[in-house]
Design a protein around this ligand. Structure first.
Ligand SMILES: [Zn+2]
Length: 110
């Protein structure tokens, strides 16, 4: 199966005007395992036509800054990958800030 971003529906969105993708590591926003609180790397790509999303989220990578736990196996009776499906709170705050900035500036200017 093709990666998500190569599927026809997603590819057509990515081809639209002003749509870009940016990548960061969720460990840099506080993604940790549920028991030992060890950072989980989890590279993540976001696609959006909101430029503030890319400015606030993109390019925040943490390779080498701290040890990582692999997103596999179990911890506290729960699959680490299942626990890591929840975005860390700091990442959510960054995305909310980006959307607020977009609404207050870009949309308000139209
Ligand atoms: Zn990290």
């Amino acid at each position: 199966m093709a990666p998500l971003w190569q599927r026809p529906g997603i590819a057509s969105i990515m081809a639209r005007d002003k749509v870009e993708s940016s990548r960061s590591d969720q460990c840099m926003f506080g993604l940790v395992t549920n028991v030992t609180k060890t950072p989980v790397h989890k590279k993540t790509m976001l696609t959006s036509n909101i430029q503030a999303v890319h400015k606030l989220f993109g390019g925040i990578v943490g390779s080498g800054l701290h040890a990582h736990e692999l997103c596999q196996g179990y911890e506290g009776g729960e699959k680490r990958c299942a626990f890591a499906q929840n975005y860390p709170e700091n990442m959510c705050r960054v995305l909310v800030d980006a959307i607020k900035f977009h609404l207050d500036t870009d949309v308000a200017a139209q």
